[in-house]
Design a protein around this ligand. Structure first.
Ligand code: GLU
Length: 304
């Protein structure tokens, strides 16, 4: 497969592509990011790294962190988190309150905000220092100890988290949050404000492409059965209320974040990350989705 040539084609298409998306502004600090940034990094199990653009510049991973949170929760507790959060697509926006009311405080899946807040609650209850543990997990799967949060983004989101606080209060009223609302909100916002580059995200996501093993030494971080489940949730729930559209156009399990990042994997083949801050109306990176659609079209390979 001529990945180098395929990325060159995608780079030239992206450089002239008009877009109508908007950089996220509901977290004011995210609105400061330049809309023109674009990075792509493909890490193949067999043939290594291919990249272009701002692929080594760190950005706010936001909801991509929800995949790491679920992975830590499942490695500690197996399937028990699924007693408190379901595994169905929501078909609703990432921060919606509506389903929670009529589904008695049980979020649809761990990748919408409500579900991720339940996972945060579980991690706080089970870890002595959840923030440190979370960073150490990312350091382990990337081999890079310098990855950390952007404090400005963290503080900015903390000042504007009224909706996440509302989700937490509603779930607590149903008995599905055990810790203090403030503590859960703080930890959740911390994990969302971690910054990573496309290269670092692709390296981290190799565990999902490589049956739970680190790519450089084949040490198992999490078992293949759990990886199968996490990948299935990425496929069905990784793109807010656009998971169907992403499957339809790209055909890979993945996760997006409002910082403009998307990371996707092809099991047994590669992990790929793109970063382009302007988001489409559903909150997914507009040009990022286009680039990934072109990747699976030009390679002729997806999981389908
Ligand atoms: N921290 C963001 C929020 O809770 C994450 C949203 C996202 O990336 O989907 O609103």
């Amino acid at each position: 497969m001529e990945y180098r040539e395929i990325l060159r084609i995608i780079e030239s298409e992206i450089s002239t592509m008009p877009y109508s998306g908007k950089v996220a502004s509901y977290i004011p600090e995210l609105a400061r990011i330049e809309a023109e940034k674009f990075g792509m990094h493909l890490y193949c199990i067999d043939s290594g790294h291919y990249h272009f653009g701002n692929s080594e510049e760190r950005f706010s991973i936001q909801s991509i962190s929800k995949v790491f949170a679920l992975t830590i929760a499942m490695s500690l507790l197996g399937d028990t988190p699924f007693n408190r959060v379901d595994v169905e697509p929501s078909g609703d926006p990432f921060n919606s309150l509506i389903q929670l009311e009529y589904e008695n405080g049980i979020p649809r899946n761990p990748f919408i905000n409500a579900g991720a807040l339940v996972i945060s609650d579980i991690l706080i209850s089970n870890l002595e220092d959840p923030k440190q543990h979370f960073l150490e997990f990312i350091h382990k799967i990337t081999g890079n100890n310098s990855i950390t949060i952007n404090t400005k983004v963290y503080e900015s989101e903390m000042r504007h988290s009224h909706r996440n606080a509302a989700l937490l209060n509603l779930m607590k009223s149903f008995g599905n949050i055990t810790n203090d609302i403030e503590a859960v909100l703080d930890f959740y916002t911390f994990q969302c404000s971690i910054e990573m580059s496309c290269k670092e995200l692709s390296t981290a996501f190799m565990i999902y492409a490589n049956k739970g093993k680190l790519i450089n030494n084949e040490i198992e971080v999490i078992g293949p059965r759990k990886i199968k489940r996490i990948n299935a949730i990425m496929q069905t729930c990784g793109f807010y209320d656009e998971a169907g559209e992403f499957s339809f156009r790209v055909g890979l399990p993945g996760k997006s974040g409002v910082g403009g990042g998307i990371t996707a994997i092809h099991p047994g083949q590669y992990a790929v990350s793109v970063w382009s801050p302007p988001l489409n109306p559903k909150g997914n990176s507009e040009l990022g989705m286009y680039a990934l659609e072109r990747l699976t079209t030009l390679t002729g390979l997806s999981i389908f």
